[in-house]
Design a protein around this ligand. Structure first.
Ligand code: SAM
Ligand code: SF4
Ligand code: SF4
Length: 361
């Protein structure tokens, strides 16, 4: 019998009828991202701007959120269909009460051939110093921490709640100490906001155990006032760093890796760039996303999701749910980033995109 990290034997949980599924563009289902809360203690200007997500904003009622049992049920079915990685996100996932219990439940899942599932978390790091150990004990494997600057003034201008850099750094260190690695640090680069911090961030994390990744500011959602001029193309990021800290390109770790990897010539570790805008990776996108209230989305830029909560709460059997989820994936045609210009036009013409804080990264 498999063992929990704390040594307790856990029964291996296998889902119904294991069948790998492939979509209409021959992309296999591999990653399952679940948003566990739509709330956040930050108000990052590119994600949850205060003008929209202010005091009067109505977040979801508790009864509307998927329960841990419901999430685990969906995850178990997804794993039977080929999912090998589960990422918890939000909103800020560490705000979801008792999250460790969910991690524990997900950590008991096994792939059809009996392997553990890779359970990861994306967080703003604000509560990581307090929670790192309990998350590790529950079976969490890795964390990705978002950090957009090392300069307090810039960072506070981004998070818009006066949150200091030092507390996030303390969270990262705590996560490293308990073994939640390899830890990735994600920096969303927005021109005029934090682009002056590209090289200082690279220099700070060079030679550390952490992998810094630069993410292009994306046109997700409808509230962040995205403009192409504010996107700093990854090529520009690489060239700025390379001028001071010489780099060489590295091959991808696996098919479908979203981040292009570079390493320092002098052996000071590696960095990554995620070029969601300037170089789409739709051709290898293997991710399904489930929102906090159980809608399934096959693309970050979708306008509509499939209501799985209605099925979960309407008495569907595992086999029925499994058929529905596999069917949605098989029919998937999404490639928003490849078609960005045309689709953006259509969206401006009326359709509302989902928000990043609603579906997670
Ligand atoms: N609150 C957690 C955090 O910040 O890590 C998890 C949820 S957050 C929505 C996930 C990731 O999406 C973060 O790294 C965040 O920086 C990124 N993100 C949010 N809005 C974005 C945008 N418009 N473009 C690119 N990345 C974005
Ligand atoms: Fe919150 Fe993460 Fe969005 Fe920032 S990026 S507002 S931390 S959900
Ligand atoms: Fe995947 Fe949609 Fe992003 Fe393309 S645009 S990489 S299909 S989430």
């Amino acid at each position: 019998m498999a063992k929990h990290p704390n040594g307790t034997p856990v029964p291996a949980e296998r889902g119904p009828s294991p069948v790998a599924v492939t979509d209409s563009r021959n992309r296999q289902l591999r990653d399952f991202r679940i948003s566990v809360t739509d709330r956040c203690n930050f108000r990052c200007v590119y994600c949850m701007p205060k003008q929209i997500f202010g005091r009067d904003f109505e977040f979801m009622e508790r009864a509307d959120l998927l329960t841990f049992e419901e999430i685990t049920r969906l995850a178990r079915i997804a794993v039977a269909h080929g999912v090998e990685k589960i990422r918890l996100t939000g909103g800020e996932p560490l705000l979801r009460k008792g999250l460790e219990e969910l991690v524990r439940m997900l950590a008991a899942l096994r792939t059809p051939d009996g392997r553990e599932v890779d359970i990861a978390l994306t967080t703003n790091g604000s509560a990581l110093a307090v929670k790192a150990q309990s998350l590790k004990d529950a079976g969490l494997k890795r964390v990705t921490v978002s950090l957009d600057s090392l300069d307090d003034e810039t960072f506070k201008a981004v998070n818009d709640v006066d949150f200091p850099v030092a507390k996030v750094l303390a969270g990262i260190e705590a996560a490293h100490e308990v073994g939640l690695g390899p830890i990735k640090i994600d920096m969303v680069v927005k021109r005029g906001q934090n682009d002056q911090d590209i090289v200082p961030m690279a220099a700070h994390f060079k030679g550390s155990p952490y992998i810094l990744r630069f993410i292009e500011f994306m046109d997700v959602g409808s509230t962040n006032g995205w403009k192409m001029e504010e996107v700093v193309p990854s090529a520009e990021v690489i060239s700025a760093i390379n001028a001071e800290l010489p780099l060489v390109e590295v091959a991808a770790n696996y098919h479908g890796e979203t981040s292009a990897r570079w390493r320092y010539r002098d052996g000071g570790g590696e960095i990554g760039v995620i070029s969601s805008v300037t170089q789409s990776f739709c051709h290898s996108c293997t991710r399904v996303r489930v929102s906090t209230e159980g809608k399934l989305f096959t693309c970050l830029f979708a306008t509509d999701g499939h209501d799985l909560r209605a099925l979960l709460r309407g008495g569907c059997s595992d086999d029925e749910l499994s058929t529905v989820m596999a069917g949605i994936w098989r029919e998937r045609t999404d490639r928003y980033s490849e078609l960005r210009t045309a689709t953006t036009h259509e969206i401006r013409a009326g359709k509302k995109k989902i928000e990043m804080s609603y579906i997670g990264g």
